[in-house]
Design a protein around this ligand. Structure first.
Ligand code: ADP
Ligand code: MG
Length: 819
């Protein structure tokens, strides 16, 4: 079937600009929003702040150009809405773009600009990131969420290359689909994605979080198809980012495109690729491919993307379903095409800021030119509207303004998001942006009206009716019914007659025409009478129904009354129970409190008891420690006492000994006075000590050997021990005999023994002689064994004995001596 052409929009050409006194035309201002991006660093100096939801304050920092010129002054700018730095992507989309999505799905055009200096967040606002999409991905999400079940199959609509669309029947569309599917996909060619699509560009969409909202009240008796186009304007040249590069030659460079005007004076890019997409991921895949191509192009040209304008256009093509709600009406007059253009403009900064040199200056100059032209156009539009003049708006001076001129002439709604970086360094660039925003918000564009479409006179809701009918048919078929002849008539129920007959009036056909019209009118009269009768019958039925309902109503009212009284009773009971419950709860609470108090008391008692136990056990310990201390003290005292007692005992014994010696002396002296006895002169105590001293000196002489010192002698207090080590025992009594033996101490060596001990080897033996002072008159054996009578006086012997017992602690009991 040969497709027909359709213009981009079905709307009639807008009327010329209103002049003073002309009929009133509804106008809307360009909606200008402001989005302030978050600070780049935590303590950033800022010159832009949001005063309220509609006002922004711009304060000049000390470093700015205006400040240096002395023109700096704080200014406030009004916007339709101000998005503060903490606003989300969803906030911006819902407020700014969602109404445009709703419009485009109802056939109205829309244009949304992002304007601002580089780094102010234009691209962030338009595209965002995969996990937090900007306006473009959200728009695609919402479009497909809203029309998903009303989409046509692929290739039913296809672009005609002249801003219009052709429609074809299902059989033609399916053969075209087969043809496309059979064609190998060229890697450089973005085209309508297929099921077997190239996934190389889909990595970005894999982690995407889609927007789940949708637009309600879509005309469900229409079918929809979505097309996307992606172009960029760089250096005042237009490039199609979705162009098939297989035709581009070995350079692989994009061809520049030209702008054209269609029959309805709408501007379009000639030969621009439009890709039919069936879901948001398909559409984003196309977008990402375009972006990659853009990037490659920039790398080749060694320039930056912030210098170009990118335009992503979503076109919605819709057409009604036929009377049965089954097939698409391919009549061009019934089709409707609308578009939403989302524009990420180039950075609005001046040349010196970009530090452009050579070719770059040209680029930057052109960018500024196109933005300057946009500004001039806005100014002229505003002036025309303010003064009623009709100055020519210089749209043609730049590609951007030329492409969008229809919007400013009333072809659709225009919105602008002014992105602002609040940092103080950007003040000099932000000031003109604010001024432009203020200017743009004063421009009024003609309100876009609901596009008119030829009413096909079809039953509304036919799609649903058709679906219901199909469902019923399926179920009947399942139940084994014959449904072959089952048909449903979805034409309007109440109609006087079919459309008027096509007649052409001439003299010859006059009677014929009259007859035809008469028959037609009679049919209408007949239909009317029939409808009137039907209506009367229905009114009667309805009256009867109303009377019935009234009766039922009365009965119900009575029932309601009785139920109400029951309800009131029940409510009174409930209230009583509630108050009881409240009382019980309060009692419960007080008991609970008491219980808690008791518990606390018990806890306190336990704590006190534990403390007491601890103190008790500590006291016990203390007592034991004290006992031990006293015991050890007692032991020490005991030892001390014992020592004292021993000392005293020794002293006592020594005293006793002296007294005994004296007694003996006296006795002896007495005896001397008797014949046969040697007379001994009486001696005092000091005399007694004399020989001891002499003995000591001789003692010292005899102990010249260092190995036989006195300390060694004291270590062996036993008189019968080895005389060699005890210098006070230089003689010993022989065992079992009362004879004193002389020992000969001498010089010797101490040698270690094999058993780990030591032995003394005497080399130089000195013979010492000592006599028992108390042995008189016992005869002793001389060294040669002959008994010998000691001739030493008793006094000398006593003196020697005293010297011998010089130290009381080594006093030898007197039983060893024989007095
Ligand atoms: P422009 O397109 O205006 O040159 P971009 O959109 O590329 O600026 O933003 C520059 C940087 O600032 C990007 O890294 C972007 O993520 C960040 N940015 C901009 N606006 C915002 C915002 N509202 N929230 C978070 N980051 C932002
Ligand atoms: Mg950018």
């Amino acid at each position: 079937m040969k497709p027909e052409r359709t213009p981009m929009s079905r709307r009639p050409k807008p009327p010329p600009k209103p002049k003073t006194g002309e009929r009133f035309i509804e106008r809307d201002p360009v909606e200008v929003y402001c989005r302030i991006r978050p600070p780049e660093t935590p303590n950033q100096e800022e010159c832009v702040t949001a005063v309220d939801s509609r006002t922004v304050k711009l304060a000049p920092p000390v470093s700015c150009f205006a400040f240096r010129n002395g023109h700096a002054k704080e200014q406030q700018y009004k916007f339709r809405h101000v998005f503060s730095p903490d606003s989300t992507q969803k906030d911006v989309f819902d407020y700014v773009a969602k109404p445009l999505v709703s419009d485009v799905l109802r056939g109205k055009n829309g244009l949304l600009f992002a304007y601002g200096v580089t780094g102010s967040g234009k691209t962030h606002t338009m595209q965002g990131s995969p996990h937090d999409g900007g306006i473009v991905p959200r728009t695609l999400d919402v479009v497909f969420n809203s029309i998903n079940e009303y989409q046509t199959k692929r290739c039913i609509f296809k672009p005609d290359g002249m801003n219009g669309f052709d429609a074809q029947c299902e059989s033609d569309a399916s053969s075209e689909r087969r043809r496309i599917d059979a064609t190998p996909i060229h890697p450089k060619t973005p085209r309508t994605p297929r099921y077997r699509r190239d996934t190389s560009g889909s990595q970005d969409s894999s982690q995407r979080i889609p927007d789940s909202s949708r637009i309600e009240c879509i005309d469900e008796d229409n079918v929809f198809s979505i097309f996307v186009a992606y172009i960029e304007i760089y250096n005042n040249y237009i490039y199609d980012l979705l162009e098939d590069l297989s035709d581009a030659g070995p350079s692989g460079r994009l061809q520049t495109k030209i702008l054209r005007e269609d029959a309805q004076h709408n501007m379009y890019v000639h030969g621009c690729t439009e890709v039919e997409v069936k879901n948001p991921d398909d559409a984003l895949e196309v977008l990402y491919k375009g972006q990659r191509r853009r990037k490659i192009a920039y790398t080749r040209l060694n320039c930056e993307s912030s210098r170009s304008h990118s335009i992503f256009t979503i076109r919605v093509v819709q057409a009604p379903l036929d009377a049965q709600g089954e097939e698409v009406v391919t009549d061009k007059a019934s089709m409707m095409v609308s578009q939403l253009s989302l524009v990420d403009l180039a950075g609005s900064e001046r040349n010196n800021r970009t530090k452009a040199v050579g070719d770059r200056i040209k680029e930057a100059g052109n960018i500024n030119n196109s933005l300057m032209t946009l500004r001039t156009c806005i100014e002229v539009l505003r002036e025309n509207q303010m003064t009623g003049s009709s100055k020519k708006v210089p749209y043609r001076d730049s590609k951007v303004t030329h492409y969008f001129k229809n919007y400013f002439d009333g072809e659709g709604k225009v919105k602008m998001v002014v992105c602002v970086n609040p940092k103080a360094d950007d003040y000099d660039e932000t000031l003109p942006v604010m001024k432009f925003a203020e200017l743009a918000s004063e421009v009024q564009v003609q309100r876009s009206v609901q596009p008119t479409r030829q009413d096909p006179g079809l039953l509304p809701g036919r799609r649903r009716a058709n679906q219901l009918f199909k469902e019923v048919r399926r179920r009947l078929e399942e139940e084994g019914e014959n449904v072959k002849n089952l048909e449903v008539d979805l034409t309007p129920i109440y109609t006087l007659a079919p459309a008027w007959p096509a007649v052409s009036y001439t003299a010859e056909t006059r009677d014929d025409v009259i007859m035809k019209l008469k028959a037609y009118l009679q049919k209408r009269i007949h239909n009317r009478e029939k409808l009137q009768t039907e209506l009367k019958g229905k009114i009667l039925t309805m009256h009867t129904n109303v009377v019935e309902m009234e009766k039922e109503n009365l009965i119900m009212k009575k029932e309601i009354m009785s139920l109400r009284s029951l309800y009131d009773d029940a409510m009174t009971k409930v209230r009583t129970l509630e108050s009881m419950l409240l009382n019980a709860e309060s009692v419960n609470e007080s008991l609970q409190r008491k219980f808690t108090d008791y518990n606390n008391l018990v806890d306190e008692c336990n704590a006190v008891r534990e403390e007491r136990d601890i103190a008790k056990s500590q006291g016990h310990l203390e007592k034991q420690r004290m006992k031990a201390r006293l015991k050890s003290k007692l032991e020490i005292e005991k030892d001390k006492l014992k020592n004292d007692m021993q000392t005293k005992l020794c002293e006592q014994k020594s005293k006793m000994y002296h007294s005994q010696v004296r007694a003996l002396q006296e006795i002896f002296l007495d005896n001397n006075q008797t014949p046969g006895h040697v007379r001994v002169p009486s001696t005092s105590d000091s005399d007694l000590h004399q020989p001891r001293q002499g003995s000591q000196s001789s003692f010292k002489q005899s102990t010249s050997d260092p190995k036989l010192n006195i300390s060694q002698a004291f270590l062996t207090p036993d008189l019968r021990g080895p005389a060699v080590s005890n210098q006070r025992h230089r003689r010993s009594r022989s065992q079992g005999a009362d004879i004193w033996l002389d020992h000969r101490p001498g010089q010797g060596d101490v040698l270690p023994t094999a058993g780990g001990g030591s032995q003394v080897v005497l080399q130089d033996v000195e013979i010492l002689k000592q006599r028992d002072p108390l042995a008189v008159p016992v005869s002793k054996r001389s060294s040669d064994g002959t008994p010998k009578v000691d001739t030493t006086t008793v006094q000398e012997r006593c003196a020697t004995g005293i010297a011998y017992y010089g130290t009381p602690s080594h006093y030898v009991p007197s039983k060893r001596t024989k007095l």
